[in-house]
Structures are given as structure tokens and as C-alpha cells.
Design a binder for this molecule. Structure first.
Ligand code: 3Y8
Ligand code: NAP
Length: 253
């Protein structure tokens, strides 16, 4: 019988957890513990770091995990690198459930930068009204460009106000709708959206809204990740599990 560890924190991870629960496949979904009230899941949940690669390898062994599924966000590069290393060390099959990077389409006004620091540098210049849709972890870096008015959206209320002299803070968590994001951008007269190339549907709303409003987007490309098996649909993970389990049975005979 498989025993899955699912590294979560994305819309697709939650969809996969529902499929695994419906299929009666034993699985545990893991959150880092970054937010106060993570979405309840239909499978058991564990919350908190593992303690690096060593901690994750120990967890895999102690819990007799048979398959590791990395369904974390494309910018959770450290977790994904640890998953590859620990899975290899313990000999547990690993598959990543990721999302194709967004590509600009007709009507999009994107400029791309390789990382957060380049996005900060790209904001040099006269004051603008910027929707900084990056969450909380990187917001302080933008204090280097204090001239803008920033519209911020965090999952949880911060302990102290962000270090940006001019900002409006919204506390909300997605998935968001394009109607909602369009109204938000109009209400705050946004003239630039800064975001990560997360892919998927849960964060796409602001891109659709920006396209409709003709608002330019500063798109931060994903960090590079080591090679791993990747699928893009929760159903493909089940197929991978069936295939691996079946071939395992043959091996087991
Ligand atoms: C803790 C779990 C689900 C998963 C939903 C997806 C969609 C909504 C859109 C904007 C962009 C952002 C942010 C975002 C989205 C989904 C997905 C996604 C972006 C939760 C969640 C956790 C987190 C962590 C959080 C980060 C932050 C990033 C906000 C739960 C809600 C900006 C990424 O305050 C903090 O420290 C928040 C940190 C990492 C990035 C950052 O730098 O601040 N996500 N987001 C997970 C854990 O503890 O392991 O609380 O339920 C999950 C989701 N956030 O099941 O429905 O699939 O991507 N999350 C980005 O994409 O740019 C918001 O505002 O438009
Ligand atoms: P990260 O920088 O890649 O990871 C930093 C450390 O956080 C990891 O080394 C690990 O700690 C712990 N960690 C990360 N994800 C974990 C998980 N699912 N379960 C247990 N521990 C985890 O990760 P991050 O960018 O902070 O993302 C944290 C979580 O938020 C992930 O679940 C991710 O899917 C979700 N998320 C992130 C973003 C984003 O923009 N980064 C967007 C949406 C959702 P140890 O070393 O102690 O094991």
C-alpha cells in the first residue's frame, strides 16, 4: 500500500489531496506553516519545516514514505531542492506537480526580470501606483524604491506595518477572480503590476485584469530548479503512482 508525503501550499496540491482522499490512498499533506489558517485538507496535515535535507530524509524513513510528491509553488526553490536530495538519499520515488510558466498573449504588456532584486531595480524612476502582488516575504526589498504608492496583498495581517512609506495593505488569500482584481486595480488606479511567474490558475486573475485594463506587468521569472520528473495535472500524479506501484509489484514478485 502506498504511503504518500505531499508537499503542498498550492491550488494544485489541494486538488491532488482531494483525488488521493477519494481514491483512499494514504497521504499526508505538508505545509511550511507560513500562514495562520491554511486551507483545511481532506487528508492528514503536518505543519512546519523538516529541518533541512537531513530532517526530510529522516521523516521519509521514519514514516516509511513510499512516494514523495512535490506540489509546492515554483518559487519554493529551497523546498524543491531538498525534496530532490532527500528522495535520492532515501531511494523514494519523487514526482513534482508543477504548473507551466505563464506566457504573454496578445494584449499583454509584460517586461520580464530574472529575480526579485532585478524587479526592485526596474522600479527606479518617477512615482507610480504599483500593485505588488508578491505577498509578504519580499516586500521589504522594495523600500529601496520608496517613491511609489504600493498596493500590497498579504495572506495574513503583518505584526508591524510594511517598511514602505506609501502603501495600502489588503489582507486576503486567493484563489482570486479577474473581476475582483480588475475592480481592485481600478479602485487604486494601478498603473503597474509586479508579480512572480507562478503559473497555475490561483494567481492568474491579476494578469487577466491587467490585460483587460491595459496595465503593464513586471513579471519575475522562476528560480532555476535541479532536474526532476514533472507533471502538470493532479490526474497525472495518480497515473504515475499506479504505474510505479504496478512496476513495483512486478519488482516485488
Ligand atoms: C502557506 C496555504 C490552496 C492554495 C492557494 C497558487 C494559488 C492562492 C496566489 C496575489 C498573489 C503569493 C502568495 C499566492 C497565491 C494560491 C495558493 C497562492 C500569491 C497559501 C498558503 C500558504 C501560502 C504562502 C504564501 C507566501 C506568499 C505566497 C501569497 C494556505 C495561501 C504572493 C505567491 O505571509 C506569508 O509569509 C506568505 C508567504 C509564500 C509569497 C510571499 O513571498 O509572501 N504564498 N499561500 C503554505 C505553507 O505554509 O506551506 O494558507 O492555505 C497558498 C496559495 N497561495 O490550497 O488553495 O496555487 O499559487 N500566495 C505568488 O504566486 O506570487 C498571491 O496576491 O495576487
Ligand atoms: P522555500 O523557501 O522553498 O522553503 C524554505 C523552507 O521552508 C524549507 O527549507 C522547509 O524548511 C520549509 N518548507 C517549505 N515548504 C514546505 C512544506 N510544504 N512543508 C514543510 N516545510 C516546508 O519555501 P517558501 O517559498 O517559503 O514556500 C513555503 C510554502 O508556501 C510552500 O508550501 C509553498 O508551496 C507555499 N507557497 C509559496 C509561494 C511562494 O511564492 N514562494 C507561493 C504560494 C505558496 P526545512 O528546511 O526546515 O525543511
Amino acid at each position: 500500500m502506498p504511503n504518500i508525503l505531499l508537499l503542498g501550499g498550492t491550488t494544485e496540491a489541494s486538488a491532488l489531496a482531494r483525488l488521493l482522499a477519494n481514491a483512499g490512498v494514504p497521504a499526508t499533506l505538508s505545509y511550511a506553516g507560513r500562514t495562520d489558517n491554511p486551507r483545511p485538507q481532506p487528508v492528514p496535515v503536518r505543519i512546519g519545516g523538516f529541518g533541512g535535507v537531513t530532517g526530510l530524509a529522516t521523516y521519509l524513513r521514519d514514516r516509511a514514505i513510499t512516494h514523495l510528491i512535490d506540489a509546492t509553488h515554483p518559487f519554493a526553490a529551497t523546498m524543491s531542492a531538498h525534496a530532490i536530495a532527500a528522495a535520492r538519499e532515501v531511494g523514494v520515488p519523487l514526482v513534482a506537480l508543477s504548473r507551466p510558466a505563464w506566457q504573454p498573449i496578445a494584449g499583454d504588456r509584460w517586461s520580464r526580470v530574472p529575480d526579485i532584486d532585478s524587479a526592485v531595480s526596474a522600479l527606479a524612476g518617477p512615482a507610480r501606483r504599483v500593485m505588488l502582488a508578491l505577498g509578504r516575504m519580499h516586500v521589504d526589498a522594495f523600500a529601496a524604491q520608496p517613491q511609489h504608492h504600493y498596493l500590497l496583498r498579504f495572506v495574513d495581517a503583518p505584526d508591524q506595518p510594511p517598511a514602505l512609506p506609501r502603501h495600502t495593505l489588503i489582507v486576503d488569500h486567493g484563489p482570486f477572480t479577474s473581476e475582483g482584481d480588475r475592480a481592485l486595480m481600478q479602485a487604486h488606479a494601478i498603473d503597474l503590476v509586479v508579480c512572480k511567474n507562478a503559473g497555475g490558475i490561483g494567481a492568474e486573475a491579476k494578469l487577466i485584469a491587467a490585460r483587460e485594463l491595459g496595465v503593464p506587468v513586471l513579471m519575475i521569472d522562476r528560480p532555476a530548479l535541479p532536474d526532476r520528473m514533472e507533471v502538470y495535472r493532479p490526474e497525472d500524479v495518480l497515473a504515475w503512482l499506479d504505474h510505479d506501484t504496478a512496476s513495483g509489484t512486478k519488482r516485488g514478485v
